[in-house]
Design a protein around this ligand. Structure first.
Ligand SMILES: *[C@@H]1O[C@H](CO)[C@@H](O)[C@H](O)[C@H]1NC(C)=O
Ligand SMILES: *[C@@H]1O[C@H](CO)[C@@H](O)[C@H](O)[C@H]1NC(C)=O
Ligand SMILES: *[C@@H]1O[C@H](CO)[C@@H](O)[C@H](O)[C@H]1NC(C)=O
Ligand SMILES: *[C@@H]1O[C@H](CO)[C@@H](O)[C@H](O)[C@H]1NC(C)=O
Length: 344
């Protein structure tokens, strides 16, 4: 009798845990094999102030304790820096003031393409970005933009394999994702190579290995930059920004059972993209033909980069299709994609 009730207790507990996990993570829902989205209009634009930036770019976003926290690059011909803003609803994004992070210990000079996440083992917020090297700052409180530390780098210098393959490209768009044992750092070279290096969870942020080439394409525009890697249930989703045959930016996608690959095509072509002008419907004006550098809106804020496979929201940069001129002076703006063909 006693034995029976213990068995029953174990079963009941297991069942309750499974039910809770299923509702939390929407198991057994999985990633769709094709994607359709609606886009908002422009949500975040440069302010008219003394910074006189031309573009706001490369958003990183998390939803934490009732607020969206957005970190982005600011761009103008004179160079790149970082900006922070927070709001409770995307409807307020355009009216939210900027906090320019060059006024903090992050400092002035080239800083761009941020990624924000909470590193649970040490209860520390990380902001990963590029400053010519792969850099990061830390903060104990994401609500305090003045709390970011001065930049430190993951590598002493540009790793040899990148120097050997970069040609006339740029080393950009660092991305960190950890599993239960290791942390991985991805980066791109605008020359057809996606790099990955590894360290242990306990050594992070130190100890990153010499990178390996995680993906490459002889046509550099097909594996260009702005990679994101997410955990979705028990698989990993890789998206990489490409430049299409029409000259416009779009995202290709792959999946793998491990962060170290092999990566299998998911929606990876211009006719079957992850996100491109041809699978995005604009709610009002079609303000961009480029679906470029961004991030999934994450509600799980830790180093595992876990997202749900349902109703994805992706914050991205786009720009007026008629704009031209020097790349650093282009008028990038930020908008939001919402998935419309979610199966769950
Ligand atoms: C587009 O409009 C629909 C209907 O009003 C709305 O549900 C959806 O959230 C909008 N999409 C975006 C990305 O704002
Ligand atoms: C935003 O900035 C403007 C101009 O500096 C200022 O008047 C206003 O009080 C600020 N709003 C908030 C919510 O801080
Ligand atoms: C939001 O941003 C403002 C301005 O940078 C900052 O003062 C504030 O602490 C942030 N967090 C919250 C929760 O308001
Ligand atoms: C959905 O996306 C596909 C590309 O994957 C596109 O061909 C199709 O027109 C899109 N459907 C809608 C309703 O936008």
């Amino acid at each position: 009798m006693v034995k029976l009730s213990i068995t029953y207790f174990i079963w009941a507990t297991a069942l309750a845990t499974l039910t809770a996990a299923a509702s939390l993570y929407n198991l057994p829902a999985s990633l769709p094999t094709s994607f359709n989205w609606t886009s908002s209009g422009i949500l975040i634009s440069p302010k008219s102030d003394s910074y006189e930036i031309a573009g706001v770019k490369d958003p990183s976003v998390i939803y934490h304790e009732g607020r969206y926290h957005v970190f982005a690059s600011t761009a103008k011909l004179a160079g790149y820096s970082l900006v922070y803003l927070n709001f409770t609803d995307f409807a307020h994004a355009s009216s939210t003031n900027f906090t320019y992070l060059d006024t903090t210990s992050i400092g002035t000079g080239y800083r761009a393409a941020p990624q924000v996440f909470y590193f649970t083992p040490t209860k520390t917020w990380y902001l990963v970005y590029q400053n010519g090297n792969a850099a990061y700052s830390t903060n104990s409180d994401i609500n305090n933009p003045n709390g970011w530390s001065s930049p430190k780098t993951f590598y002493p210098d540009m790793p040899t394999i990148i120097a050997d393959n970069i040609a006339d490209g740029y080393w950009v768009d660092m991305w960190v994702i950890c599993d239960s044992r290791n942390c991985h750092l991805f980066s791109s070279d605008d020359n057809g190579h996606l790099y990955r290096s590894d360290t242990t969870l306990s050594n992070f942020p130190s100890g990153f290995s010499e990178p390996v080439i995680a993906m490459q394409d002889p046509d550099k525009y097909r594996v260009y930059e702005a990679s994101n890697v997410y955990k979705v249930n028990n698989i990993y989703l890789l998206i990489v920004e490409a430049i299409g045959t029409d000259g416009r930016r779009y995202f290709r996608s792959w999946t793998s059972s491990t962060i170290t690959g092999t990566w299998h095509p998911l929606a990876d072509s211009e006719s079957h993209p992850f996100a491109r002008a041809n699978n995005v419907d604009f709610n009002d004006t079609t303000w961009t033909q480029d679906i470029s550098h961004g991030e999934m809106v994450r509600t799980i804020v830790d180093q595992t980069m876990t997202i749900h496979p349902c109703n994805m929201h992706y914050l991205y940069q786009g720009m007026d299709p008629s704009a031209g001129g020097e790349y650093n002076g282009l008028p990038w703006r930020i908008g939001l994609l919402k998935q419309t063909n979610s199966s769950c």
